[in-house]
Design a protein around this ligand. Structure first.
Ligand code: SF4
Length: 202
């Protein structure tokens, strides 16, 4: 289990994120908002998002503002947490998830931990709370030697697993495709996501 990072620069009910997009169709079932959190101490060789590693302030946003932003776009059917490591910010993300679920959105998360680690006493604080809000969890670190270079795969390396906690999604595991999405944000920043499996802030 990785050492617990120091996150006391993040106020309560806030999350430190590195990116956000609306209406992604390549990060889970349907059209989804995607929140990439800032901070991961796993250091997987070949990680697609090394810029997400530092536990340093990036965009620190209130979960209430983030919920309002996600809900302001009626085309978002759910939210996906990616990273970085979402479970180091589990308490705030669980609260955000609860707000969104009450409004009918689904919630999915990626994690570098295994489900068993998240269920153990050594799990990051509030992991169980976030787990209890999830419809789908994709677990396990990216392992370069086990990489699956296929647009049809839901996972990036063969050790990773798709846990479907909500049976409604059992037959909706079809988001992996050979598509790449390029989102151009208001400030001109481009976010590229999709089969490349990566988030590139260019
Ligand atoms: S867990 Fe994910 S974000 Fe963290 S280093 Fe590994 S691949 Fe990168």
């Amino acid at each position: 289990m990785k050492e617990k990072p120091v996150l006391d620069f993040i106020p309560p009910d806030h999350v430190n994120i590195m990116g956000y997009v609306d209406e992604s169709e390549v990060n889970g079932p349907g059209r989804r908002a995607v929140v990439w959190v800032q901070g991961c101490n796993r250091g997987c060789p070949g990680c697609f998002n090394p810029q997400s590693w530092p536990f340093e302030p990036n965009q620190i946003v209130s979960i209430y503002e983030l919920a309002a932003q996600i809900l302001s776009n009626p085309r978002n059917e759910g939210v996906t947490f990616s990273g970085g490591e979402p479970f180091w910010q589990a308490e705030a993300l669980a609260k955000l998830a609860r707000i969104l679920k009450e409004k009918g959105l689904s919630v999915m998360s990626f994690t570098g931990f295994t489900l068993e680690q998240l269920q153990s006493p050594q799990a990051p604080p509030h992991s169980q709370d976030l787990l209890s809000q999830l419809d789908i969890l994709i677990d396990g670190p990216y392992i370069q030697s086990l990489a699956i270079n296929s647009p049809d795969s839901l996972v990036s390396s063969s050790n990773q697993r798709v846990h479907v906690f909500n049976p409604e999604f059992k037959d909706k595991l079809n988001w992996a495709s050979d598509q790449v999405e390029i989102h151009i944000l208001k400030d001109g920043t481009r976010i590229v996501t999709g089969f490349l499996g990566s988030l590139n802030l260019i």
